[in-house]
Design a protein around this ligand. Structure first.
Ligand SMILES: [Cu+2]
Length: 241
């Protein structure tokens, strides 16, 4: 599974982890779009910079002139529009949660995550399915576990399903972040934030707390197992705490 896609950090990797949701595809698209303009700006500025070192009259020729001043005012404004509009569009699209088919709560604690499937109630004790998810300590790692990422209880979610994630905190500010899914949302005590997303493919995704929250901030990773709807339902049906 890890060989096919990069859904966790890799040593000396360059760029993003592989996208597994439309949000992450959109973010990578936006990034490439912005880098395109960045390279143009960098080249032009560098050209002025270097050429002025060899020709001291070069820049003084540009110092006064209506035409050049109009050009260097209008062009950055246009570039800002071209960068800003797709960015805002993506931002507002990600804000929308359309007809969530499943609601899960993720609550940050110092220093672990608690998950709750509020849609279901257990017949035996009338409680909803809830569990804590702790990082596996280095001494307890098994072959194949990712150090400082593997957790004891994974958040199991179905693929191709519209999911609403409610995010909050029990103590200080945490942040729920999964790079492959393009998710990042602050977990604030006393406040309920929400994320809406669809996972595109089965895999195990890793992320972590993204807001410095104390001594063991690094030790509260997030592990998500994305499975088929059938496997998800059997996980829910057979869950016995
Ligand atoms: Cu935290």
């Amino acid at each position: 599974m890890f060989l096919l896609f990069s859904d966790s950090p890799i040593n000396f990797s360059y760029g993003f982890q592989d996208p597994a949701s439309k949000w992450m595809l959109g973010i990578i698209d936006l990034h490439d779009n912005i880098v395109f303009y960045l390279i143009i700006i960098l080249s032009v500025v560098l050209w002025f910079f270097i050429s002025s070192m060899y020709n001291k009259d070069h820049l003084s020729n540009l110092a006064h002139g209506n035409l050049i001043e109009i050009i260097w005012t209008i062009t950055p404004a246009l570039i800002l529009w071209v960068i800003g509009l797709p960015s805002l569009k993506l931002l507002y699209m990600m804000d929308e949660i359309l007809d969530a088919e499943l609601t899960v709560k993720a609550i940050g604690n110092q220093w672990f995550w608690s998950y709750e499937y509020s849609d279901y109630i257990n017949n035996e004790n009338n409680e909803s399915i809830a569990f804590d998810s702790f990082m596996i300590a280095e001494d307890d790692l098994e072959l194949g576990d990712l150090r400082e990422l593997a957790v004891d209880n994974y958040l199991v979610l179905p693929i191709n399903t519209s999911i609403r994630l409610l995010i909050s905190s029990n103590d200080v500010i945490h942040s729920f972040a999964i790079p492959s899914l393009g998710l990042k949302m602050d977990a604030l005590p006393g406040r309920l934030n929400s994320l809406g997303f669809v996972i595109n493919r089965e895999s195990t995704y890793f992320g972590g707390c993204s807001e410095l929250c104390g001594a063991l901030h690094h030790a509260m990773p997030i592990g998500i197992k994305a499975v088929s709807l059938g496997s998800y339902l059997s996980f829910i049906n057979t869950y016995d705490g």
